[in-house]
Design a protein around this ligand. Sequence first.
Ligand SMILES: C[S@@+](CC[C@H](N)C(=O)[O-])C[C@H]1O[C@@H](n2cnc3c(N)ncnc32)[C@H](O)[C@@H]1O
Length: 231
Amino acid sequence: MPLIIDPSVQFDREMSEHYDSFVQRLIPDYGRIHELVVAQLGLALEENARMLVVGAGTCTEVLALADFDPTWRFTAVEPSAPMVEVARERIEAAGLNERVDYHVGTLDTLNDQGPFDAATTILMMQFVPAEQKAEIFADIGKRLKSQAPLVMAHMIGDPESDEHALAMQAWRDHIEITLKDKAADVFANVSETLHFISDEMQTSALKDVGFGEVVRFHTKMMFGAWIAIKN
Ligand SMILES: C[S@@+](CC[C@H](N)C(=O)[O-])C[C@H]1O[C@@H](n2cnc3c(N)ncnc32)[C@H](O)[C@@H]1O
């Protein structure tokens, strides 16, 4: 898998230091999404589960999941070194060093083939070009045990549809309130980095690479969240 975006530019030191407060204004229901991810995996997993966390950023999902079950362990995959630095500080402050391994790079360069009991990609897949999304689903799938869940949350939608245009407008309206005079610049910059496919295309790509049931459990504007079970 080639490097999709240049994380040293998109998620550079300055962004990494402000990411945790910025993302809560940028993404509607950011905290709620993480609560739902914990709820899904809480239902699906047993004790001592090993989790693959792709696009971990500053490890917000790791903190939430680690708090839920003190026996779960995590491999955080994140190509931006400054994001990983912030993640390490947060994980250390929470006393979780022993439970988290880091891979500073993209998933294709991770030696650990698992098999893992579960995987997450939270707010990462929208950066992956349409034609490469299946490759990442396949790379995650091959590192999962049979019947293991992949839990994902990201932006989605058929870019040609009226529904998608309305959802984008709703998001723009949202950030005009939360980011005020920065909203227009942020909308323009972030929009350039996004790659959309329809929900149907995503399900079909997941099934093609060995996932069975795919269930959507969250929708807000063009943000969605899903659980997909590896065959
Ligand atoms: C919006 S952040 C989400 C971080 C975290 N998951 C969260 O919930 O806050 C997206 C992260 O995905 C990372 N990323 C981008 N392309 C990636 C790739 N191909 N493989 C793994 N991570 C990637 C970025 O560097 C960034 O830290």
